[in-house]
Design a protein around this ligand. Structure first.
Ligand code: S3P
Length: 172
C-alpha cells in the first residue's frame, strides 16, 4: 500500500512520514527530496533558475511515477502537489493508495513556518509574522478544497508527532 501524506507547508508531512515509516517498517519517499535528487538542484534553485511552472511539471511527472511503485511506501508530498493539474484526482484513483490530510491551523503553520521559511520559495520573502499569517490564511483557503478530498484527515494542532502517528495508525 502507498500512504500519501498531504498538507500545507509546515504541517509535518516529512517528519510524520519519517516516524510512520519507522513504525510500519516501510519505505519512505519525500517527493521534494526525490525532485531534488532527480533534478540535481534544490527546490529554491529550481524555482529561481527554471521557474515555478517547470517545478510543477516535474512534481506531477515524479508523483505519477512514484504512485506506480509496488510495495509498502509512505509518500510525503509538497504542500502544493495536490493543488496542481490532475494530481489529486490521480492520487484518489490510484490503486492501493490511501491519502491522509494533515490539517493544521493558520496559527500552528505560521508559528512553525516563520522560523523555517528561507528554503521555501513561496514564503521566503515575507518579512513579518503578521504578513505571513495573512498569506497563509488566504493560500490555505484556496488550497483546502484539494486537501479536503483526501480519504482521511488528522488535525495536528497541539498534538505531538507521536500522537499524530498513532491517530494515523488507527485510521489505516
Ligand atoms: C510548496 C511546498 C514545498 C515545496 C515547494 C512548493 C507549496 O514543500 O514543494 O516549495 O507549493 O506549498 P513542503 O510542503 O514540504 O514545504
Amino acid at each position: 500500500m502507498i500512504i500519501v501524506l498531504i498538507g500545507y507547508m509546515g504541517s509535518g508531512k516529512s517528519s510524520i512520514g519519517r516516524k510512520l515509516s519507522k513504525k510500519l517498517r516501510c519505505n519512505l519517499i519525500d517527493l521534494d527530496d526525490y525532485i531534488v535528487e532527480k533534478e540535481k538542484a534544490s527546490v529554491k534553485e529550481i524555482f529561481q533558475s527554471k521557474g515555478e511552472i517547470y517545478f510543477r511539471k516535474k512534481e506531477e511527472e515524479y508523483l505519477k511515477e512514484l504512485l506506480l511503485l509496488q510495495g509498502d511506501t509512505i509518500l510525503s508530498l509538497g504542500g502544493g502537489t495536490p493543488c496542481f493539474g490532475d494530481n489529486m484526482k490521480f492520487i484518489l484513483e490510484s490503486e492501493n493508495t490511501q491519502s491522509i490530510y494533515l490539517k493544521s491551523s493558520v496559527k500552528t503553520l505560521t508559528d512553525k513556518l516563520f522560523l523555517k521559511k528561507s528554503k521555501r520559495p513561496l514564503i521566503a520573502n515575507i518579512e513579518t509574522k503578521e504578513a505571513l499569517a495573512e498569506f497563509i490564511g488566504k493560500h490555505l483557503f484556496e488550497r483546502s478544497p484539494y486537501y479536503q478530498k483526501a480519504a482521511h484527515q488528522v488535525v495536528t494542532d497541539n498534538k505531538t508527532k507521536k500522537e499524530v502517528v498513532l491517530e494515523i495508525l488507527r485510521l489505516l
